[in-house]
Design a binder for this molecule. Sequence first.
Ligand SMILES: Nc1ncnc2c1ncn2[C@@H]1O[C@H](COP(=O)(O)OP(=O)(O)OP(=O)(O)O)[C@@H](O)[C@H]1O
Ligand SMILES: [Mg+2]
Length: 255
Amino acid sequence: MSGFLSIQGLSKNFGGLRAVDAVSFEMEQNTIHSVIGPNGAGKTTLFNLIAGSIQSDCGSIHFLNNDITSLESYEIAYRGIFRTFQAVKLSERMSVIENVMLGMHTKTSSGFLGGMMVSPKSRNEEVYMREEALRALKDVGLEQFALEEAGSLPFGSQRMIELARALVARPSLLLLDEPASGLNMKETEELTAKISVLKNRGLSTLLVEHDMSLVMEISDTITVLNFGKKIAEGKPCDIQKNEEVIRIYLGDDNA
Ligand SMILES: Nc1ncnc2c1ncn2[C@@H]1O[C@H](COP(=O)(O)OP(=O)(O)OP(=O)(O)O)[C@@H](O)[C@H]1O
Ligand SMILES: [Mg+2]
């Protein structure tokens, strides 16, 4: 056991459907660990369980040797686990930088709304939040659009704003749910490079993604789910050769 992220026998039922079925895996710190599988395999449900958006029926989740299985999502965020969503969730009428600042609610005593009040403490915090948000926007190459309305930016940039909003909290573990979905080839390449740079800076990323070239290029380890069950795990080169994975997921073209 690495002691970073440890998932043991995790299950979640929706009515009669076993969306996540006795899944166990270990994620090492400072790695990119991908979770792949066909539509409906249980990847987003697994993320929802780790992030505390939903509670498991059985099994456990340990993060940095602490049991976080039953914690609420805000408690999990305080412990350093942040996520992006499969569907972009931005406040379109707010500016780009304000959207990013929303990711900092766990880092300030007065919070984002408190930051709009006029006490000296909240003033200082607002200055700090803006600086941090600008830094995160710079990381994703969008600092020049900080004051634009978020909804006015193209889709690929909106996905990058979401990434900045997760990064601004300086996560210990970043959960990315299909970050390349809807991106064109150039944007996907830029995203791949950014995730690699973040790893070099010490970030650990759990990645759900359908874009196989991205997954194979940047993953240290890949866990494969099908109908909620883990069916394979290993390095990209092993997963590419795994016959069951080829059959159920990559399709006959890759056989
Ligand atoms: N809240 C819910 N209520 C009922 N069923 C759900 C719920 N959330 C997910 N499911 C079902 O659980 C299964 C796993 O869904 P999940 O969204 O985790 O899959 P996924 O691997 O993320 O798929 P995709 O690649 O399409 O995003 C699916 O059959 C889905 O319909
Ligand atoms: Mg999903």
